[in-house]
Design a protein around this ligand. Structure first.
Ligand code: NAD
Length: 390
């Protein structure tokens, strides 16, 4: 089996998933890393025995490097992806693809010119239950999709954040950072072609001058509607809807309350997201509730002409005239596995990338429309949409 030699741009919170996923996925070797921070470079050099570089451009000079996963902060996605593509590397870039549609076009052009693959990943539309929902929808057995509802209540704003993450102009806040997940889910299930967006985004956290919530209504060309609800203030956590009792210890504190308390007690510092501590505190003592066996990014319900679908602990539930049937998904082995498998097929078999640059650009267009519609107080009409790839 051919192995793809992959490097990591950005040795931070998201980047950490790459070596873990590579270790579990056939067909990859983790060969290099790049980061501005000396301590991160040193840690990766020692832990993985790989060369590390202070800039993405320097890493891309490595001739044996074949692919780069770009997990640097949002304002750098375009520059780092283009540098890698122009150096002849295939690229997987984190969401959002870029900050502007013009930057997306430059990235797509660089991929076309270099004949290299450009994949926008990951978003939670790669979660096996969401892919299973799409498979059921595409089979046609429940008829046409009529509407999609997806909601997420999380403590996103309570996790320690770099300034860039809470500055909307730099791609911060939930419209840039979290909406790509929900938009990808809704577009995948609704057919991809969003006609218009009406939304309202709020800034209700006094410490953070960025969007912490939104409600959006998407209308698709094919008549499907989707509602996207996001609340990142951390008082309610939708994991309760699927995991049952997520309140740990004295049953008083859920994930957001645990994080808020840790902040008040000075137990979190600016590195607590990257070190994983914030997520540990959020998850609690480990015996609260029943952990789902599949990744869960909020409650998604797909209504179809002859049934409905939602996520279950092991896969999805289908509701039709016969009642409820559970369809399990393959055992989930952690983030980025599905993405790496798609990427591998595209690179080694020269197949189209499912979530390519045009898909990522169309998703960004919807995220920008959420901000735009909210500012203008009216519907935003879209023009760069592409259909679901499967
Ligand atoms: N898909 C997901 O579920 C998910 C989750 C978290 C983050 N992300 C995405 O990953 C990206 C990074 O977010 P994060 O939370 O890991 O942030 P982070 O700050 O923890 O990590 C970013 C890393 O990039 C480094 N960096 C910054 N500028 C650089 C440059 N010019 N050259 C090289 N390295 C540079 C930083 O030092 C840091 O180590 C963002 O685009 C974010 O949207 C995605």
């Amino acid at each position: 089996m051919t192995s793809i030699r992959i490097g990591l741009a950005g040795l931070g919170t998201a980047g950490r998933s790459l070596p873990q996923a590579v270790a579990k996925t056939e067909g990859y070797v983790f060969v290099a890393g790049a980061d501005l921070r000396q301590e991160a470079r040193e840690q990766y050099r020692v832990e993985f025995g790989i060369p590390t570089f202070e800039s993405v451009a320097a890493m891309c000079e490595m001739r044996e490097l074949e692919a780069v996963y770009v997990a640097t902060p949002n304002p750098h996605h375009a520059e780092h992806a283009i540098t890698a593509l122009e150096s002849g590397k295939h690229v997987m870039v984190e969401k959002p693809m870029a900050l502007t549609l013009a930057d997306c076009d430059r990235m797509i052009a660089a991929a076309d010119k270099s004949h290299r693959k450009l994949m926008v990943a990951h978003t939670r539309s790669f979660n096996p239950p969401i892919r299973k929902m799409r498979e059921i929808v595409s089979s046609g057995k429940l008829g046409q999709v009529t509407q999609v509802h997806t909601l997420r209540y999380s403590p996103w704003l309570l996790r320690p954040r770099e300034p860039v993450e809470i500055n909307t102009e730099l791609g911060g806040g939930v419209c840039y950072r979290q909406a790509p997940h929900q938009v990808d889910i809704a577009r995948l299930l609704g057919g991809g072609l969003v006609r218009s967006v009406r939304a309202h985004a709020g800034r209700w956290s006094p410490e953070n001058a960025t969007e912490g919530n939104y409600s959006a209504l998407l209308q698709f060309e094919n008549g499907v509607t989707a509602t996207l609800i996001y609340d990142g203030y951390g008082y309610f956590d939708d994991r309760e809807l699927i995991e049952g009792d997520i309140f740990g210890g004295d049953r008083q504190l859920g994930p957001g309350q645990r994080l808020r308390k840790a902040r008040q007690e000075g137990k979190l510092n600016k590195d607590s997201s990257r070190s994983g501590l914030a997520f540990e505190i959020e998850r609690g003592d480990g015996d609260a509730g029943q952990r789902p066996r599949q990744p869960f990014f909020g409650f998604t319900l797909v209504s179809c002409e002859r049934g409905a679908i939602r996520q279950s602990s092991d896969g999805v539930f289908i509701y039709d005239e016969n009642g409820r049937t559970e369809v399990p998904c393959p055992i989930w082995e952690g983030p980025l596995r599905v993405e790496l498998e798609d990427f591998y097929e595209a690179v080694t078999e020269d197949r189209p990338v499912p979530h390519d640059g045009k898909w990522g650009k169309a998703t960004l267009e919807v995220c920008l429309a959420i901000i735009q519609s909210s500012r203008d107080g009216r519907e935003a009409v879209l023009s760069h949409q592409v259909p679901s790839p499967y």
